[in-house]
Design a protein around this ligand. Structure first.
Ligand code: NCD
Ligand code: ZN
Length: 347
């Protein structure tokens, strides 16, 4: 029997589109299914000023194929030199929807991120004043902190102090990977949300390391123990309005991933919605997929839910997702869950 599910068109609240030829290759993969996405600013050089965000948005719109509609929701990359007035001006025109905090050195292209949090106080206070949310890559970078503990330590050492000293600042904990992240959101009142990726609902750290190293499962924050994956699944499928989809789809050329020093990032734009349908069905929560992918994000950002819809269909035969998409510089591997998925998006 064919099963089908129609939901309001989803949005992606954390997406890497890159630039140039890669942008052109990956943008249709997102625009095919998603109405809007929060666009990460970690280009080289990063998108720091309002003027840079205008130019990047123009390049994204120029790369959108004819006949596709998609709205990029722009962000600015927070540095210790960021100008609070420039941030406020970019917000006032409606151009930017959030500011992104990368601890310096935490992940891909984060060298210009924040090392001394005292130096971003004025920017954070301005954001609290004007109601502009902060998207946080929540990992400490201290060499003495184990990579699997970096999210939990960040909550205690950095995030909680920032929130206590900046009342009213709205914060999105991005791509949470731990039970600690889930609990921190659940234990706190208004103004705190979290995105969860598709891949962190599917893989734990064994998937990366057991039976040979799997570079296409390596991303940051790195997948944790199974108990954490289960906590993420419970949160994502609960319907709780504070948890929403941010795929963190992060394309890297295969050559850069399958390397002695492989880049972090999973490319999930192509098959995220069918994979989520599979996960939500496994959890007996298909009725909460629309909340997670289409309603809770706009709710947090104060934006309308998309008017149009997306229909997912479950077939008798496993869906054949592409293994890779092509870019002029080479292929990019599409995330594979490692098992058959029977859901597909109806065209
Ligand atoms: C992202 C990237 O490649 O830009 N990589 C990743 O593993 N998620 C950066 C990030 O969001 O951490
Ligand atoms: Zn990311």
């Amino acid at each position: 029997m064919t099963q089908s599910l129609t939901i309001a068109r989803p949005d992606d609240w954390h997406l890497h589109l890159r630039d140039g030829a890669m942008l052109q290759a990956v943008l249709p993969e997102t625009a095919r299914h998603f109405g809007r996405a929060i666009i990460m600013p970690n280009l080289v050089p990063p998108v720091i000023s309002g003027a840079q965000a205008v130019a990047y948005k123009d390049r994204i719109m120029a790369a959108l194929p004819e006949g596709m509609s998609f709205e990029p929701l722009m962000t600015l990359y927070l540095t210790e030199e960021s100008d609070p007035e420039d941030i406020a001006a970019a917000h006032a025109t409606g151009l930017i929807k959030a500011v992104k905090l990368y601890p310096a050195g935490a992940t891909t292209n984060s060298a210009s991120g924040v090392a001394n949090f005292k130096n971003v106080r004025a920017a954070l206070e301005k954001m609290a004043e004007i109601g502009l949310p902060l998207c946080v890559h929540g990992e400490v970078t201290d060499h003495d902190v184990d990579i699997f503990d970096r999210e939990a330590v960040f909550i205690d050492r950095v995030l909680d102090p920032i929130r206590k000293s900046t009342p009213g600042l709205r914060v999105i904990m991005e791509h949470i990977t731990t039970q600690d992240g889930v609990a921190y959101v659940q234990d706190n009142a208004d103004g705190l949300g979290a995105t969860i990726t598709t891949h962190h609902l599917i893989i734990n750290r064994n998937h990366i390391l057991v039976g040979g190293i799997k570079p296409h499962y390596y991303c940051l924050p790195v997948a944790k123990r199974e108990e954490h994956r289960l906590a993420l699944r419970a949160a994502a499928t609960s319907g709780d309005a504070r948890f929403f989809l941010g795929t963190d789809s992060a394309p890297h050329l295969d050559g850069d991933k399958e390397s002695a020093c492989g880049c972090a990032g999973c490319f999930t734009a192509t098959n995220t919605m069918p994979l989520l349908a599979h996960v939500f069905e496994e959890e007996g929560a298909l009725d909460h997929l629309e909340s997670f992918a289409s309603r809770n994000g706009p709710g947090f950002y104060g934006l309308p839910v998309n008017q149009d819809t997306l229909t997912l269909v479950k077939n008798q035969q496993a869906t054949a997702f592409p293994d890779k998409i092509e870019s002029p510089q080479g292929p990019v591997t599409v995330f594979s869950p490692g098992y058959d998925v029977f859901w597909t998006v109806a065209e």
